[in-house]
Design a protein. Structure first.
Length: 311
């Protein structure tokens, strides 16, 4: 998903949530190869200096990657840029917020909360730092009062592990890659009760995953997946990704494009939903041997498996 030479992970630490009354204490960025740079507000008065140094550094990159940066990191930085009347390279850069990218798949993860640390735990990442929330702010304040270099190292460690954790969490964009259809079909086998399709994935998966819904099973490991679709009365269902464009006719168990809705009495049609937006067909040899049709079928049905049902 990423052009590693033009993408940069970043994270900031501050003395509070509001840029009007809070300051930047630390800015860090990380490359895909693990190289980390950090700019530390060592005396409480170097906010403008570290901000300018960070902005000067990022101008050679196209895209910044964050976790929840859309609602916190970027607005905070932009407020400080305006405060100090600095040139703003952020205006010309793209931004990938991994929280927003992964949120549509949140229901597929086992944990209740969806913080970066929760995803790190899911991936089996163990941190060395134990600073959180207000404790980070208190540690910084104590450092300014005492000059204790051990406290500074704790703050740098926390930011450093935020950055390396961010790189690890970016591997979970494999969900988005799969949803977008970034895969190839390597084999299709017709069995007595199902169609078994072998898939090669563009992006590797950090952890195995099994999804089951409506007579379909998708098993994923590393860069391979097996997609099994079971016949229902000898038929397969092809789910469409845009139910808002269809009507569902319950008595006939079919969908009709809304553009053709005027042809059908309103009393026998209802708006289609994700689980009621499909066509049924007999999977003959022509379908099995037609790679393009098979790919579209897999892409649409896997999209249906990945997405949360709205009732």
């Amino acid at each position: 998903m990423f052009n590693e030479k033009k993408y940069l992970f970043f994270d900031i630490e501050t003395t509070g949530l509001s840029p009007d009354v809070s300051a930047i204490t630390l800015i860090g960025c990380c490359h895909f190869d693990g190289t980390i740079l950090q700019w530390f507000n060592k005396d409480g008065f170097s906010q403008k200096e570290i901000l300018k140094d960070f902005l000067d550094y990022i101008v050679s990159y196209d895209t910044l990657i964050s976790y929840n940066g859309t609602t916190f990191d970027l607005p905070f930085l932009e407020s400080k840029i305006r405060e100090y009347h600095l040139d703003n390279p952020l205006d010309h850069m793209k931004h990938i917020d991994l929280y927003q990218v992964l949120s549509p798949f949140r229901h597929l993860f086992p944990m209740k909360r969806f913080r970066q640390k929760d995803l790190e735990n899911y991936l089996g990442i163990i941190r060395n730092d134990n600073l959180t929330g207000k404790k980070i702010i208190k540690t910084y304040q104590t450092f300014l009062e005492t000059g204790n270099t051990e406290l500074k190292e704790l703050l740098l460690l926390h930011n450093r592990e935020d950055l390396t954790g961010l790189v690890s969490v970016s591997s979970l964009t494999c969900y988005l890659s799969l949803e977008k259809g970034e895969f190839q079909i390597t084999r299709c086998k017709q069995k007595e009760d199902c169609l078994e399709i072998s898939i090669s994935l563009k992006q590797p998966w950090s952890k195995p995953l099994v999804l089951e819904k409506d007579c379909m099973n998708l098993s994923i490991k590393d860069t391979s997946a097996t997609f099994i679709c079971y016949y229902q009365n000898g038929l397969l269902k092809h789910y469409y990704p845009n139910p808002e464009d269809y009507y569902y006719l319950p008595e006939e168990d079919i969908v009709l494009p809304k553009a053709m809705g005027s042809m059908v009495d309103k009393s026998i049609r209802i708006p289609a939903t994700a689980d009621k937006c499909y066509s049924k067909f007999v999977p003959g040899k022509d379908f099995v041997n037609h790679n393009e049709d098979l790919y579209i079928f897999c892409k649409h049905n896997i999209y249906y498996l990945l997405r949360k049902e709205h009732k």
